[in-house]
Design a protein. Structure first.
Length: 436
């Protein structure tokens, strides 16, 4: 169903754009380096923008018993193209964004090209409803920040562990401004619970969630709430504090990113899937070039007691739920989900020369039974990162970034070849970004 809806929306959207271009004879309203080309007429505005981010990563293991204890790779981290705009006297907004690099945002196992595809209706300037695929406000605050305007080279391990990044469904936003100038930004979502649009069968039930953001000192300058660095060097303190929560009824993946990745059945061969809940609290503060981002996330699962079989990757089923040599259905299911908690703290300062120094600490605390204990991909509780960046323009048109991270390893950790490792590892990242 979701695939049919996307297939129906996109042609209509492009037809509307095409007819408008022909009928209204748009003109190039402006071009700002890093912010794209904007065409407009009396009834609509249309913006084309994009950016490319060449990237390199080096991993060094402290364990000298390995045959090879360092790896380096080069790739195009992101290659984004976006069409966005508004129409009918700014009552309708829309966005289509694709990534031609084939590299996923944080999960290397799930590459995708279609990122955003949504249309929204603005009831008023502060109340709007969007439908389609877009970033969800029920993730941690770092996911409200565009990949083009990250403070460090990569997103935090907290994002990798718990976020769904994008979802398909309905997204409501209603803003309230108090007499004193403070703002409450309220969000509610109803999605399919499978992350990106499910191109095959939808599994499980729906996901409901919401977020409330409080801005006691008013709005940030130039959308600064959605950019990590204090590029505008706020002249007065700006703060946003948010809480978010979501409940996924019948989830078929580790954290709600991929429909049908993990399936279970009952005696009647009907799907019986665990429920997944997530809560979080976060904040962002900016003042005169100084910025702070703090995030906390906790997840939990409810496993139904009628599960008797699991579906293997090849489609066959098994009744074996082995946990440490014991048949244990509940904890076997939990071992395949991202369960636990974590927090992320990052601080930075950008000089007037547009040179910034940034630091981050992320801690992940896995439940006793959780995929966060997987030795190959996780099982790394602490990450300390230090980064430097040079911006060649205030709108992120060109930037150069480098960072180094120190990552601690728990017992049972593995390298990318499956070899046992101990101690720690060092990650080095380098990225250049250019936008048009």
């Amino acid at each position: 169903m979701a695939r049919k809806i996307v297939s129906a929306i996109l042609p209509v959207l492009f037809c509307l754009i095409g007819f408008s271009v022909q009928a209204q004879k748009p003109v190039l309203n402006k071009y700002t380096f890093g912010e794209g080309l904007t065409f407009s007429s009396n009834d609509y505005a249309l913006t084309f923008r994009g950016y490319a981010q060449p990237f390199s990563e080096t991993t060094i293991y402290s364990d000298t018993s390995l045959d090879r204890n360092s790896y380096t790779r080069f790739r195009m981290r992101r290659l984004r193209l976006e069409i966005s705009g508004d129409a009918v006297n700014e009552k309708i907004d829309y966005r289509l964004q694709v990534d031609l690099s084939g590299t996923p945002e944080v999960d290397l196992a799930n590459a995708t090209y279609l990122l955003d595809a949504w249309v929204s209706y603005n009831f008023t300037r502060r109340v709007k409803l969007a439908f389609g695929q877009k970033a969800t406000p029920t993730d941690n605050r770092g996911l409200t920040v565009s990949s083009q305007s990250l403070q460090l080279v990569e997103r935090s391990p907290l994002t990798s562990a718990f976020s769904t990044i994008r979802e398909f469904g309905l997204f409501f936003q209603g803003d309230i401004r108090t007499k004193g100038g403070a703002y409450f930004k309220n969000y509610f979502t109803l999605t399919n619970g499978d992350g990106l649009n499910a191109f095959n069968a939808d599994h499980g039930g729906l996901k409901v969630g919401g977020r409330i953001d409080f801005l006691p000192f008013g709005l940030f300058s130039n959308l600064g709430q959605f950019r990590e660095v204090d590029m505008m060097r706020e002249l007065s303190p700006k703060l946003v504090i948010g809480v978010n929560a979501s409940y996924n009824k019948g989830m078929s993946s580790r954290r709600g990113r991929e429909s049908g990745a993990i399936l279970y059945l009952n005696d009647s061969l009907q799907e019986s899937l665990p429920d997944f809940s997530k809560v979080g609290i976060d904040l962002m503060f900016k003042y005169k070039g100084f910025s702070v981002l703090g995030e906390f996330v906790q997840t939990a699962a409810n496993v139904p007691d009628d599960i008797t079989q699991r579906v293997r990757v090849d489609g066959t089923t098994s009744t074996v739920f082995d946990v440490d040599g014991v048949q244990d259905v509940e904890n076997y299911v939990k071992n395949r989900m991202m369960l636990g908690s974590g927090y992320n703290i990052q601080v930075g300062y950008i000089f007037k020369s547009l040179f910034s120094i940034d630091a981050r600490y992320t801690h992940l605390d896995a439940d006793e039974y959780s995929f966060l204990r997987n030795g190959t991909f996780y099982n790394r509780p602490n990450t300390y990162a230090l980064g430097v960046s040079k911006y060649l323009s205030r709108n992120y048109g060109v930037k150069i970034q480098a960072s180094v991270s120190y990552v601690t390893l728990n017992e049972g950790s593995l390298d990318i070849l499956g070899n046992p490792i101990s101690g720690h590892l060092i990650l080095g990242h380098f990225l250049t970004s250019i936008a048009f």
